[in-house]
Design a protein around this ligand. Structure first.
Ligand code: 6PG
Length: 241
C-alpha cells in the first residue's frame, strides 16, 4: 500500500493528475473506471486545464465504478459531472466514453454494464480487468457505491450490482469487489477532515474496520495507492496530528 500525502485537495488533484498522465505515456490503450465525488471533480478540472492538449485521449477508454440511477442531465449524475469538468474540455472520441445508463432500470442496466465490461476488457478468471480503478471513500467507509449496510454486495457474483444509498434511498449501479480487486491498479482519492477517522481505521486495519467496504479494497496486483491530503491523513501514525 502506497500512501501519498499532500498539503491540500488541490495538490492531491495536481499530483494525481500528473501520476495518471504518466501512466498513459507508454500505453496504446488504457481502460479506467472513474469515481464520482468532490476530489475527482478537481482532478478533472486539473486534467482539463493542464493536460487537455498534452494527452492522446483517444487511447483512454472511460468507464465508471459507480453511477447514480438518474438521467445523464441530472446534477447528481457522475457522468454529467465528468462531462462538465473534463469531457467538455478535451478531444475524446465519444466511443471512448462508456457511461452507465442511469436513466434505465437499475437491474437491467447492471446486467448490461457487466456484459459491456466482460466484452471490452481483458478478463482474469472471467473477471473484467481495468488498468486503473479510481475510488473515493465516503465518511461512512463506503467506496464506489458499496455501502456498509449492504456490504454483502461486495462479494456478489454479478460484476455490477444495484445498491441503495442508506439515507436517500437513491439507487446506484456499482462494480463489485471482485472487479475492483482484479484491477491492475487501484487509486483512492480521499481528502478532508471528515475522512480522517475512516482513513486511519482502513489503512491501519483497526478492529471493526472490516465493516467498511473501503477496507475490502485489496487488489491482487498489490498495486493500491492512496492520494490523501493532510486533513484526511491526520490520524495516521506517520502523520502525528
Ligand atoms: C459517488 C462516489 C462515491 C464517492 C464518495 C466520496 O458516486 O458519490 O463514487 O463513492 O467517492 O462518496 O465522495 P467525496 O470525495 O465527495 O467525499
Amino acid at each position: 500500500m502506497d500512501l501519498k500525502i499532500y498539503k491540500n485537495k488541490q495538490e492531491v488533484a495536481e499530483q494525481f493528475s500528473s501520476y495518471f498522465v504518466d501512466k498513459l505515456r507508454d500505453k496504446d490503450t488504457f481502460h479506467v473506471a472513474l469515481s464520482g465525488g468532490s476530489t475527482p471533480k478537481i482532478v478533472f478540472d486539473v486534467l482539463a486545464e493542464k493536460f487537455a492538449g498534452k494527452v492522446d485521449w483517444s487511447k483512454v477508454h472511460f468507464y465508471w465504478g459507480d453511477e447514480r440511477c438518474v438521467p445523464p442531465t441530472d446534477n447528481e449524475s457522475n457522468y454529467k459531472m465528468t462531462v462538465d469538468h473534463l469531457f467538455s474540455k478535451i478531444e475524446v472520441p465519444k466511443k471512448n466514453i462508456n457511461r452507465i445508463l442511469g436513466e434505465k432500470d437499475p437491474v437491467n442496466e447492471a446486467m448490461r454494464y457487466a456484459n459491456l465490461l466482460e466484452i471490452d476488457l481483458d478478463r482474469i478468471e472471467g473477471i473484467p480487468q481495468f488498468d486503473l480503478v479510481i475510488l473515493g471513500m465516503g465518511d461512512d467507509g463506503h467506496t464506489a457505491s458499496i455501502f456498509p449496510h449492504e456490504i454483502e454486495l461486495w462479494d456478489s457474483e454479478d460484476h455490477c450490482v444495484v445498491a441503495t444509498h442508506p439515507e436517500s434511498g437513491q439507487k446506484r449501479v456499482s462494480i463489485n469487489g471482485k472487479v475492483i480487486n482484479t484491477a491492475k491498479e487501484v487509486a483512492f482519492l480521499v481528502t478532508g477532515a471528515s475522512k480522517a477517522e475512516k482513513v486511519e481505521a482502513v489503512v491501519e486495519k483497526i478492529e471493526g474496520s472490516e465493516a467498511y467496504p473501503a477496507s475490502l479494497v485489496n487488489p491482487s496486483s498489490g498495486n493500491l495507492v492512496w492520494f490523501l491530503d493532510e486533513e484526511a491523513a491526520a490520524k495516521l501514525n506517520q502523520n502525528p496530528s
